[in-house]
Design a protein around this ligand. Structure first.
Ligand code: CP3
Length: 344
């Protein structure tokens, strides 16, 4: 490798301008070429487990927009799937699983875990060979709390009431579930790193529904356990944490978990983001709906973020995944705005 990849420099604490840029869910339904590949692959899970197809869709946004980072195409729910839980994705309904009961947690089968996930590792190996040398390759997993919410409810819910109730009523079983998920997720990330991922991101999309003690026990502790285990094997690999909706809990998250980079959702005030940036890299946090609207909503959103965060270690991203309704032309406009090619 020639020069160190831009996003990796930022994760080590360097301020780089223009900042490295990528988008959560950058390979997805807003892209016509993704919709075509998806049609040919069959189901969404077939796409995740088919290295030819998964590589193809991972590369699509890189080819189109030249992003600084590429995120492996997969899903956070392949982890429970590889532990023997059933999983399917229904059009318009998202993921569907059979809700796990307290008695079933001991029966989670770790025996075939890495065999089941081998197609993911193969995708990562091929990506590292096919990506431009300057492009950072990001591996990922879901945080134990967020993955557990889907395993317990069996589908998405607005406030994760089923998982919160389960956690309060069955604390021992729930603790066991988080521990199994943390250990398996750590070894999953280690394998992704060994297959060629430069960094890994832990998605905790539902950390915003918890009270403070639950946030500590269900989000901070399991993620700290994953980071510790990854660093025991690969001390130099930076981890990015994304505790979406964590609000005031963002402030101690980096210190308590050991993540190098902090993913910020769009509700994090830029003044708070600037404070968090004093301790390391921050990533975010454009409202994905500004990108849908385009025009002034987009340019003002991008400028506000750059003005406040450009002088420290910063990775430009959305505050959550890009939504399918987003016009491709607005993504092109965002890339020009961030890279300063918009006739400034
Ligand atoms: O970011 C990327 O481009 C990499 C791929 C990726 C996907 N899911 C692909 C996907 C990543 C990193 C994820 C993470 C993920 N998956 C999270 C955490 C981040 C977040 O969005 O909060 C969660 C909670 C899931 C679980 C999941 N997968 C849900 C709730 C859904 C349905 C919602 C939806 O957008 O349809 C999915 C499906 C999914 N995962 C799609 C994609 C591209 C859309 C499915 C399709 O193409 O039919």
């Amino acid at each position: 490798m020639s020069a160190e990849r831009k996003m990796m420099r930022v994760l080590k604490g360097e301020a780089v301008f223009p900042p490295p840029l990528w988008m959560m869910r950058q390979a997805g339904r807003y892209l016509p070429e993704y919709r075509e590949s998806r049609k040919q692959a069959g189901s969404f899970l077939d796409l995740c487990y088919n290295p030819d197809r998964a590589v193809e869709v991972t590369l699509q946004p890189i080819e189109r927009f030249g992003f600084d980072a590429s995120i492996l195409f997969s899903d956070i729910l392949v982890v429970p799937h590889a532990l023997g839980r059933d999983l399917r994705f229904e059009e318009g309904r998202g993921p569907l699983m059979t809700p796990i009961t307290a008695g079933e947690i001991d029966a989670l089968d770790t025996g075939a875990f890495h065999v089941n996930l081998e197609p993911v590792y193969e995708t990562v190996r091929r990506l590292r060979r096919q990506l431009p040398d300057e492009t950072t390759l990001i591996g990922f997993c879901g945080a134990p709390w967020t993955v557990a919410t889907y395993m317990i409810a069996g589908h998405g819910t607005p406030d994760q009431a089923p998982a919160r109730l389960f956690a309060y009523r069955e604390p021992e079983a729930f603790g066991k579930l988080l521990a199994v998920l943390a250990d398996q997720s750590a070894s999953y990330l280690i394998r992704q790193i060994e297959a060629g991922a430069d960094t890994v991101q832990i998605f905790d999309s539902w950390s915003g529904v918890l009270d403070e003690p639950s946030f500590e026990a269900f989000c901070v502790e399991p993620v700290a356990r994953i980071v510790r285990k990854v660093h025991e094997v690969h001390p130099g690999v930076p981890v990015i944490g994304f505790p979406k909706g964590a609000g005031a809990n963002y402030s101690s998250y980096r210190r308590k978990t050991g993540v190098a980079g902090l993913g910020l959702d769009w509700s994090v005030p830029l003044s708070q983001a600037a404070e968090l940036q004093k301790e390391g890299a921050v990533q975010g946090n454009l409202d994905p709906l500004r990108l849908v609207a385009g025009g002034r909503a987009l340019s003002e959103g991008v400028s506000a973020i750059l003005d406040k965060l450009k002088d420290g270690p910063f990775i430009f991203n959305l505050g959550h995944g890009i939504v399918p309704e987003t016009p491709v032309a607005h993504v092109e406009a965002m890339v020009r705005l961030v890279r300063g090619e918009a006739g400034r």
